[in-house]
Write a protein that binds this ligand. Structure first.
Ligand code: FAD
Length: 416
């Protein structure tokens, strides 16, 4: 794999940047793979990378119906944090955050990972009690977190309306300093490039239309480019997971909803952290390009269209203006939607299934981007060993029959 460096940049400038190696190849599908991964988003690509790197399984195909990262991976608002409430979830997200901290070096790819911190505002006494409880739980789990007063929040974000006249006065906030943002498509590209270098086939414009089984075990996948035989099939299809599950007669406890985000015109640097409010129901950060990156909750109806409804855009903007009246005359540049797979307990499913050789990583809903390296890492272990990684064990699909749910609605909230 060609190493990227400042020296390389200089060298290529001498030939007008015309001789860069292609970042990944475009192979013809083989007849058989040891592992077929359905879905070329960040999670699918990370799974392939860790399978090849840590488990020595390199005869892998990642099958993507569109282009790599074109699902939720490159549509999300890129917030990365690990301050979830329950032990099981916070350990999983913290595992991921630790991987993020060294990932750009490991992949030799600039992921623009920026630990600019995340604030979660509290507007009522109950918000503040919930914040204190969560920060205490995080600290007991070795995860950084602080409870800030209104004055500390105001000092950190001078443009936030912290006045007592505000409709939803800011009473304080939780603060995770190691949290932040990353460049979403770079994450897909970085994992894709590293997986390709380890021998993984990345098959774009290839749609899985069926899963063949024999005697209770998977045999391979039907695609628009023909049948591909596989020892194991791993589904990482986010909003389309239920569609894939239906191919083998399985019903997943998921609902697919549109989730929207939007960006403004680029502004000079004005906001150097991420500000979220579950109560007012919106969040905002400023990208390195200068745009305000804005998001909120899901659209209420279910659907598979990668777009949402106007009323959600309107409510989201109202929430942002409530908190930041200074943004009232900023113009929006673009709005778009993704399809998120929400689970009843706001936690993911990382699991084997009753079909031998068939695995699912899904149900990340509105908050799986932050988990990309961690989820890929533990899912690869689960597939390679046919046994759940200890961090993935609580997220087995069996929890919906055993009742051992992990309710993270409070920490998930609007707070992606
Ligand atoms: C607007 C928005 C904002 C968000 N904000 C955040 C945030 O700030 N922080 C955060 O942590 N998370 C956020 N998320 C959630 C996050 O984006 C997802 O949880 C995460 O990206 C899921 O990654 P993935 O690789 O599993 O899915 P995806 O990137 O969606 O990849 C799944 C892939 O499967 C492919 N596929 C589906 N069916 C088939 C088939 N039959 N054959 C072949 N390929 C198929 C799709 O084309 C897609 O590329 C947000 C999501 C949205 C939509």
């Amino acid at each position: 794999m060609q190493q990227y460096s400042g020296f390389g940049l200089l060298k290529h400038s001498l030939t007008y940047h015309e001789n860069w190696q292609r970042v990944w190849s475009n192979p013809t599908p083989k007849k058989h793979y040891d592992v077929v991964i359905i879905g070329g988003g960040g999670h699918g690509l990370a799974t392939a990378y860790y399978l090849a790197k840590e488990h020595g399984i390199t005869n892998i195909a990642v099958i993507e119906k569109g282009y790599l990262g074109g699902g939720n991976t490159a549509r999300n608002t890129t917030i990365v944090r690990s301050n979830y409430l329950w032990d099981e979830a916070s350990h999983l997200y913290e595992h991921s955050l630790k991987l993020w901290e060294g990932l750009a070096q490991e992949l030799n790819y600039n992921l623009m990972f920026s630990q600019r911190g995340v604030l979660n505002l509290g507007h009522t006494l109950q918000d503040m009690r919930d914040i204190e409880r969560r920060v205490n739980a995080n600290r007991l789990n070795g995860i950084d977190g602080e409870v800030l007063t209104t004055a500390q929040v105001q000092e950190m974000v001078p443009i936030l309306d912290c006045s007592t006249n505000a409709r939803f006065p800011v009473m304080g906030a939780s603060w995770q300093a190691r949290a932040g943002t990353a460049r979403h498509d770079a994450v897909a590209w970085g994992f894709a490039r590293a997986a390709d270098a380890l021998g993984v086939d990345l098959l774009q414009q290839t749609e899985v239309t069926g899963i063949r089984r024999k005697d209770g075990a998977v045999e391979g996948v039907e695609t628009n480019r023909g049948f591909i035989s596989a020892g194991k099939v791993a589904c990482v299809a986010a909003g389309n997971s239920s569609v894939i599950a239906k191919m083998v007669g399985m019903e997943l406890p998921l609902e697919s909803h549109p989730l929207q985000a939007m960006v403004s015109e680029p502004l000079k640097p004005i906001l150097n952290t991420v500000v979220m409010s579950n109560h007012v129901h919106g969040y905002v950060s400023q990208s390195d390009k200068g745009d305000l990156v804005i998001g909120a909750g899901i659209d209420g109806y279910t659907g598979y269209g990668q777009r949402g409804s106007f009323n959600v855009v309107e409510h989201t903007i109202a929430a942002i203006i409530e908190m930041f009246p200074i943004f009232s005359r900023v113009r929006l540049n673009r709005a778009w939607g993704g399809v998120v797979d929400t689970c009843p307990d706001a936690c993911p499913i990382i699991s084997k299934t009753h079909i031998k050789g068939l695995y699912f990583n899904c149900g990340w809903g509105t908050g799986g981007f932050k988990a990309t390296p961690g989820a890929g890492h533990v899912f690869a272990h689960t597939i390679a060993n046919d046994e759940p990684h200890p961090l993935a064990k609580p997220f087995s699909i069996d929890r919906f029959s055993s009742g051992e749910l992990i309710d993270e609605h409070g920490a998930a909230g609007v707070a992606h």
